[in-house]
Design a protein around this ligand. Structure first.
Ligand code: HEC
Length: 125
């Protein structure tokens, strides 16, 4: 009886280990295959990030307090690129207020995509 319990425990912990390893490698694979920052598009990559993380406070129909800052539409976003705020607020650089306001910080992929788009000239593409 004792033997069966011990064997069961070994099998269970082995399986737990197996699953956790699998999950880990999947995450790495996902991160390296789905975060493509080589030629970032404003309309298909930047707008969805802003829509999901910023519009509720900085969109035209905002419901949160966005301090009157509008990040909807290319020219409005470009204003905050040109004064260096956009990249610094999403990175939470020292001296800047981290956005989304109140956190948490967005995923590395979102932050890197915005930084890459700015580095590539913040095109209206
Ligand atoms: C929950 C509401 C909320 C969300 C979501 C939010 N913001 Fe803000 N944002 C604010 C408020 C409030 C301020 C003004 C903060 C202050 O001056 O104290 C602000 C200020 C800013 C500023 C100006 C910072 C400064 O120092 O003047 C920028 C740029 C900005 N937000 C960009 C963003 C971006 C980009 C996102 C999405 C990644 C975002 N915000 C998400 C509420 C929000």
């Amino acid at each position: 009886m004792k033997k069966i319990i011990i064997t069961g425990m070994i099998i269970a912990s082995g399986m737990a280990l197996l699953f956790s390893c699998n999950k880990g490698s999947e995450d790495v694979l996902k991160a390296s295959t789905t975060c493509d920052t080589t030629a970032v598009s404003f309309s298909t990559q930047i707008v969805p990030i802003l829509q999901n993380n910023c519009y509720r406070c900085h969109g035209s129909g905002n419901t949160g307090s966005g301090a009157g800052i509008l990040l909807e539409g290319y020219s409005n976003v470009k204003t905050w690129v040109d004064n260096n705020y956009l990249v610094n607020v999403v990175k939470g650089s020292s001296g800047y207020i981290l956005m989304p306001f109140g956190g948490p910080k967005m995923s590395d992929c979102n932050v890197n995509t915005i930084a890459a788009w700015v580095n590539q000239g913040a095109k209206n593409n």
